[in-house]
Design a protein around this ligand. Structure first.
Ligand SMILES: *Cc1c(COP(=O)(O)O)cnc(C)c1O
Length: 396
């Protein structure tokens, strides 16, 4: 049968056609009035996409670049920081903070789990200069309770900054950045923005800008104060990935269209879309007797445990070979144990039903067991027909 190549990976995600054509035809030099107009429009729209009044900066790098920038700009060697980790991306925070000489305290939850709020409170002494955490841990599919974590960190006083890697959280999760007092929130182009990799962004609070006046960790390319100054003049400090800015402009217009002309509304619609695709997928997987890996599953992606005795790599391979569908294996120690299906960005009903239909065939082929065809698809259709159900709050 004809096969279409489709990405179901939690980054990079499927590309928005309008973003691709905007990139392909873009030629403007970055020190021109035309580019400045695009750059300024994109930065201002990005505030609405993130949902903040804080400055948003868009840098030419992958998400990890801005994670690094948040460490190098906000800390000095020897600073005590707290990393909350429950997966491979949480571990990245630990590695980054150590690389910049921070005195790193780690609160680790098991893979697939989230944090006990009491444990966070116990770790949060008054000398902690910053807390680093994910909104959604893409390696396990877990959702962390950013609102509750922010409440605890804010109660620790203004000397403790909260930095959120929301690289798969933005556009899939309702996040009240300003209301909750998040100091830095980070996103990437290859996730909910439906674009290729290459841009990453952050919103930065006044508290965090003030911190940067005093910190001494080395930084040059990722000097956020320098970028902020240039952004004020409609430019980036160095050559930006110009064509990706054109793609970003188109992606933001698409999201605005989802909100009937209101970008903030469009963001909410995009989040609800991911939530619904995720809920359909969870119902489908469970209807096939499969277990979910995360106790508090995110809308960005669903991590599904491989059936007992089956290496998930075989399922991933079968998806690829039979349907040209790219789903993600587990990362690191989780390799072989789970597979991950994304809902972040440009996914719709047909994508979701399609991957679940494919999952039924993949399971039958790989396990050799009888699969009740239509079980996963039917369960997902029930969810769709019912509409988005009321969700329980996570964490606690
Ligand atoms: C994709 C992702 C990143 C960034 O990875 P890059 O490869 O540097 O773009 C960071 N954190 C999470 C949670 C992610 O999903």
């Amino acid at each position: 049968m004809l096969r279409k190549n489709r990405l179901f990976t939690p980054g990079p995600t499927p590309l928005l056609p309008a973003a691709q054509t905007a990139m392909a035809s873009f030629t403007a030099h970055h020190r021109t009035a035309d580019f400045r107009a695009l750059f300024q429009r994109v930065l201002s729209d990005m505030k609405e996409f993130v949902g903040t009044r804080n400055d948003v900066l868009v840098l030419s790098c992958s998400g990890t670049g801005v994670m690094e920038a948040s460490v190098s700009n906000l800390t000095s060697p020897g600073d005590k920081v707290l990393v909350l980790t429950a997966g491979k991306f949480g571990e990245r925070w630990t590695g980054l903070a150590k690389a910049f000489g921070c005195n790193v305290d780690v609160l680790a939850a098991p893979y697939g789990a989230t944090f006990s709020l009491g444990d966070i409170r116990a770790k949060l002494t008054s000398d902690v200069r910053a807390v680093f955490v994910q909104a959604t841990e893409s390696s396990t599919g877990a959702r962390h309770d950013v609102q509750a974590i922010a409440k605890i960190v804010r109660a620790n006083g203004d000397d403790t900054l909260l930095v959120i890697d929301a690289i798969t959280g933005l556009g899939t999760t309702h996040l009240d950045v300003d209301g909750w007092g998040v100091d830095v929130i980070i996103g990437g182009s290859q996730k909910a923005l439906m674009m290729p990799p290459g841009l990453a962004y952050c919103a930065v609070s006044e508290r965090a800008w003030r911190r940067m006046d005093a910190t001494t960790s080395p930084r040059y390319y990722f000097d956020l104060r320098k970028e902020r100054k240039s952004a004020g003049k409609g430019e980036s400090a160095y050559t930006p990935a110009t064509s990706l800015f054109a793609a970003l402009g188109a992606a933001l217009e698409f999201i605005r269209g989802m909100g009937n002309g209101d970008l903030a509304k469009g963001r909410e619609v995009l989040v609800d879309n991911a939530e619904l695709c995720a809920e359909m997928t969870r119902a489908g997987a469970e209807a096939l007797g499969l277990k979910l890996y995360a106790a508090s599953p995110a809308a960005a992606l669903t991590a599904i445990c491989s059936p007992d005795g089956v290496d998930s790599g075989k399922l991933v391979k079968e998806f690829r070979e039979t349907f040209d569908a790219v789903v993600a294996n587990g990362q690191g120690e989780m390799k072989g144990q789970l597979f991950r299906i994304a809902h972040i960005g440009y996914y719709d009903y047909l994508d979701t039903i399609g991957i679940l239909g494919a999952l039924e065939h993949v399971l039958a082929r790989v396990t050799g067991k009888t699969v009740e065809y239509g079980a996963a698809v039917g369960a997902a259709q029930e969810v769709y027909a019912r509409g988005l159900s009321k969700r329980q709050p996570v964490g606690a």
